[in-house]
Ligand binder design. Sequence first.
Ligand code: SDX
Length: 468
Amino acid sequence: MSEKNPGSVEDRQADHGAGRDYSQVTTKVGYGPNSVTLRDNRTGAEAELPILSSSTGGFDVIDLGRLSGDFNRLKTLDPGYPHTASTVSNITYIDGEQGILQYRGYPIEQLAEQSTFMETAYLLREGELPTKDQLAVFEQEMADHANVPDDVVDVLYAMRNKHPMAMISAAVTALADEHPQSQVPPHHMIAKMPTIVANAFRISRGDDFMEPDKNRPYTERFLHMCFADDRGRYESNPVLTEAMDKIFILHADHEQNASTSTARTVVSTGADPVVAIASGINALWGPKHGGANQAVLLMLDEIGTVDRIPEFVARAKDKDDSFRLMGFGHRIYKNFDPRARIIKAHADEVLSSLHVQDEKLAIARELEQIALQDEYFIARKLYPNVDFYSGIILRAMNFPPNMFTPIFEQGRIAGQVAHMEEVVGKPDPITRPYQLYQGPKKRDFVPMERRDDEPGMTIVPDDHPELV
Ligand code: SDX
């Protein structure tokens, strides 16, 4: 039985029950050739599923939302979702094969070179670059709302011996509220994140909390809170400020990465978008994700000298060795990560302007060259990603490795807020995937007195061999 052709976009919305505006998605007219037919060869049942196209010629998707009837008991399995689109979004477009990254259609290369982080944050939220007046209003709003309540400051002090990622996650959670009328508007998190991240840095190194100086521009305000002495004295360095701003732009958004997807999942339950951002911060911390920039520096320190690179490249290729070349590989980019290219180009400029010699840059460059000529990495399309060089610049700015991921979050807050605002207005259905169950079949309860005799009942814990 083939699926009946669906009605209008409105019908599909009703079917999805999610109120999503599918009209924004180029649904090719009818199904006809723009469809796939799924056939269950066990029963002969068939389902015709529409193909939906991206507005930029990126991946088309099969709309599984139409699976029903004979296919109700057939689901799809895709651990980690390498073949699955979880939602529809208008914010960021990535083509991993071409190494393309665009925020609201603007290439990252142009934004990094010609824009500021405040302009980019506005663009991600509003969908258009701001006029001069719109930008001035936005920047003033970000200054006006840069403060955080005393209980957030208390949380930072209470967690001063923890990793700064734990500090900022807890501090953001402390801003969440259950009552919509008293919740912090999501975009105010762009204003408050510099105060939280910079003070996590200060307090974790034993310095006192520093209030945001609202007379300074956004990124300089962040650096002032990071590096001012206890009397608030700080001499801004335009090279440092520009490099920091560029790093924020490059990290601002990256469509459905693990941490942003986590935040979208949390907000799909109706939770406060602020606590959803805190959940995203926790996901970002992992070394396979935003924590990779810290892991890259630790890896370069462990390699130590150029002549030890072959040893580590061999380890990265060895399936029996858990070592991975941190800062290499990407789920989406099977070509160069455009952000890595930009950061690599600026690493030299920043280090020389800061009069910093970092032998790790030479090791990073040599490691990249060796890896890119190695069949293992070529066959798997493993290239340097955004994290490979960012840590070298951040260390040149006198940030310790444990501050690299919080700074990643400081840039990513703009994208996280844009995604929160995209879904809060038009909520996705609550995230609730299925699973393929392969555990025990139904069985009856076994009374305690019979358990020693029942076959398969004794699970011998490793640390209690006496229980055999
Ligand atoms: C970020 O998603 C995003 O957009 C993330 C991000 C963002 O802006 O939000 O771009 C930020 O997280 C960048 C990625 C930072 N992570 C790292 O640098 C950590 C090192 N990289 C790997 O852990 C890995 O490449 C991932 C996690 C990034 C991607 O892994 P995938 O897509 O799940 O690929 P995989 O693990 O299935 O690997 C495919 C093959 C495997 O070999 P085979 O089993 O096929 O023989 O490639 C190998 C892997 O063993 N491989 C690596 C490797 N990465 C993958 N081998 C050695 N070193 C590596 N780094």
